[in-house]
Design a protein around this ligand. Structure first.
Ligand code: GTR
Length: 325
């Protein structure tokens, strides 16, 4: 009796083990950043939670380092279900999904804590829902800190210094107009091309947060970083609607919950990485310009708001974000 029980138990353990090892479905997830970056690690963690909670049925493989392509192209592929999950900036969604423009407006958030309060609440949910009619299911926001200008030529201490400079921006009309309003020449291009474009002098500089400035190696070719913090653009994790529709409602709920549960993982890793990246960049001898009056930058953005928050719906979003304590 005892023997058969043990054998049965052993068999069931072996069976569970096999089930855990076998993924019925392995979703492809894209990220432009290298392995170890806070967004990459958060999606990996989400995959572990999903696997565990689905009894080993659903797994996620994260293709980091832009293995599946540059963000704009991966967004296309996600729409068609070739890629299941995609972790991208809101920026490259701007020309496709109008709600994303609002949170990409320069100085829309007072600071990162304000961004968290807005995106964690009903406004964040409303913007996530805006993805659905376009073929994506919005799942979670991750941290992307604040973005500032860097360049290879000189310290930028005021708007005047930016005049005529060629600065790379993400492929979004909001950012092109932002640079025009600052008197610079905007050069929209994929992230993966920026390093050599700065190195060869095709552009003078770009703009990004500490971890991206560091992990991309841009700090090796752009020796001046001005902490003017013009953008706080949340990162977003989306799923292809094509892949989503293949799931049962129960599995959809598991995906949604695992994505939500990966947010604190991302935030913790982000806070740590920001410090490490800053230290690395400073140690490399990059000149940091941190005494900068933001007011003229903020004032110059009036035409950008007028042009892009141009419907009652978008204006209302802007007002509600600004009114959020
Ligand atoms: C990073 C962001 C990426 C990408 C990149 C860029 O901060 O995490 O998703 O958008 O900026 O500038 O293209």
């Amino acid at each position: 009796m005892m023997k058969t029980l043990t054998a049965a138990l052993l068999a069931s353990v072996a069976f569970a083990g096999a089930a855990m090892a076998e993924c019925e479905v392995t979703f492809k997830s894209s990220d432009t950043h290298p392995d170890g970056y806070p967004t990459v690690e958060a999606v990996k963690r989400m995959g572990e939670m999903l696997k565990e909670r689905s009894g080993g049925r659903m797994c996620i493989e994260v293709y980091h380092s832009a293995q599946l392509g540059q963000e704009k192209d991966t967004i296309e592929q996600t729409k068609f279900g070739v890629i299941d999950f995609n972790r991208v900036s809101m920026g490259p969604f701007n020309n496709l999904i109008e709600e994303t423009k609002v949170v990409s407006l320069p100085f829309i958030f007072r600071d990162v804590a304000h961004m968290h309060r807005v995106m964690d609440g009903p406004i964040g949910d409303e913007i996530l829902a805006g993805f659905e009619p376009h073929g994506f299911v919005g799942l979670a926001y991750y941290d992307g800190g604040s973005r500032s200008f860097y360049n290879r030529q000189k310290p930028i201490t005021s708007i005047d210094d930016l005049k005529g400079m060629k600065i790379r921006v993400m492929q979004s009309d909001v950012f092109v107009d932002m640079m025009t309003a600052l008197g610079a020449n905007a050069t929209p291009m994929p992230y993966g091309e920026v390093y050599s474009a700065i190195q060869t002098g095709v552009i003078d500089g770009a703009e990004n947060n500490w971890p991206s400035f560091e992990s991309s190696g841009h700090f090796e070719v752009a020796g001046y970083y001005t902490l003017n913090q013009h953008l706080i653009v949340p990162e977003v994790l989306v799923m292809s609607k094509v892949s989503w529709d293949k799931l049962s409602p129960e599995d959809q709920a598991l995906v949604r919950q695992a994505a939500k549960d990966s947010i604190p993982v991302n935030r913790e890793l982000w806070a740590a990485r920001e410090k490490v990246s800053e230290e690395k960049v400073r140690a490399a001898g990059v000149q940091i310009i941190d005494q900068i009056d933001k007011t003229p930058f903020i004032e110059a953005m009036v035409p950008v708001y007028q042009k892009h928050a141009n419907t009652p719906k978008l204006q209302s979003l802007v007002e509600r974000i600004q009114a959020t304590e």
